[in-house]
Design a protein around this ligand. Structure first.
Ligand code: R5P
Length: 310
């Protein structure tokens, strides 16, 4: 059955191109204007193209997060104004997902506000990858599909393992304990669980550690690497515990300026990230880095949504 839909984006990224190519579609990049005062504007390439159709936006809301978050909302709104009947937003990395605590007297509960913004703008369904906290889906009233790459990571680690008795999987903070535990059980290897405290928006320290495994190769797994601080703290701690090699698996390579160099110099021997966010060419091509493609996992969920007319 052929489905009449279009794929659009604000950025020409690897993941958007691969998703479009899996559906044998053209990826239409929309004009994304930035003004001197920081405002952004989305201008559709051809509004008639989208009238009466389902349109799939493929756009992560990574750095600069505020621009891309508003950009996705503005794009959805423009598409609805142009007559699109259904807007599915594929946001492989959802910015603000770490601010998941909900609206309280002292917190803006940012991800809850993003949910409202996206829905009000006209997004009908959201597909994302490895949401920082899966419970954040409750802030949306539209369907939210969280694509997990846990099995892909497990399969990749399995291929890398030579002497599994020397390998431990490392969770650098509590939020990722269950995720790492599930991979460890699948691979039948032990874990080291760290607990961390965030003492400023971008600075953390390890406060405790639960060890069920003593190895020489530590594989740190986390959903996000941003400043690299969490990863480096875990790597340093492991080196002080006698580990000789440190590998890192991070789903979303936010990698703010300088973070990649910090990881390279900080004891990591290998870095595996996904293509949920665009990577600078020098990082992508670096021999130290492997990039996992999430387009297949996203496309199969997207295919199901496209077939589902409910
Ligand atoms: C937070 O809980 C996430 O899972 C990551 O640990 C965190 O976002 C990594 O940030 P950074 O690289 O800045 O330490």
């Amino acid at each position: 059955m052929s489905i009449n839909f279009e794929i659009v984006a604000l950025q020409d990224t690897d993941v958007a191109r691969k998703i479009a190519s899996r559906f044998k579609k053209v990826l239409f990049i929309q004009k994304f204007n930035r003004f001197a005062d920081g405002e952004v504007e989305v201008v559709l390439d051809d509004y008639k193209r989208y009238a009466g159709k389902t349109v799939v936006i493929v756009q992560s809301t990574g750095n600069p997060v505020n621009e891309y978050t508003l950009g996705v909302a503005f794009l959805a709104h423009a598409l609805k104004q142009a007559g699109s009947t259904r807007v599915i937003a594929v946001v492989p990395y959802l910015g603000y997902s770490r601010q998941d605590k909900g609206i309280t007297p002292t917190s803006s509960g940012s991800v809850a506000v993003i949910a409202k913004l996206f829905e009000q703008a006209g997004i009908d369904e959201l597909i994302t990858v490895e949401l920082h906290n899966v419970d954040s889906a409750r802030y949306f009233t539209i369907p939210v599909m969280n694509v997990s790459v846990r099995d892909t990571i497990a399969a990749h680690i399995k291929r890398q393992l030579i002497k599994r008795d020397r390998v431990c999987l490392i969770a650098p903070d509590k939020g990722v304990h269950d995720y790492v535990k599930a991979i460890a059980e699948q691979l039948r290897i032990g874990t080291v669980m760290f607990f961390k405290e965030r003492f400023s928006p971008d600075q953390t320290r390890i406060t405790a550690c639960a060890t069920e495994c003593q190895g020489t190769i530590g594989i740190i797994i986390d959903d996000i690497v941003s400043t690299g601080g969490t990863a480096i703290n875990a790597a340093r701690k492991l080196l002080s515990m006698g580990y000789m090699k440190i590998f890192g698996y991070f789903v979303h390579p936010v990698l703010v300026s300088g973070a990649f160099e910090i990881l390279q110099k900080g004891g990591f021997d290998f870095l595996c990230v996904s293509n949920t966010l665009p990577l600078p060419a020098d990082v992508q091509q670096h021999s130290f880095v492997t990039v996992l493609d999430v387009s297949e996992s996203i496309s199969s969920v997207l295919q199901e949504r496209l077939m589902d007319k409910s």
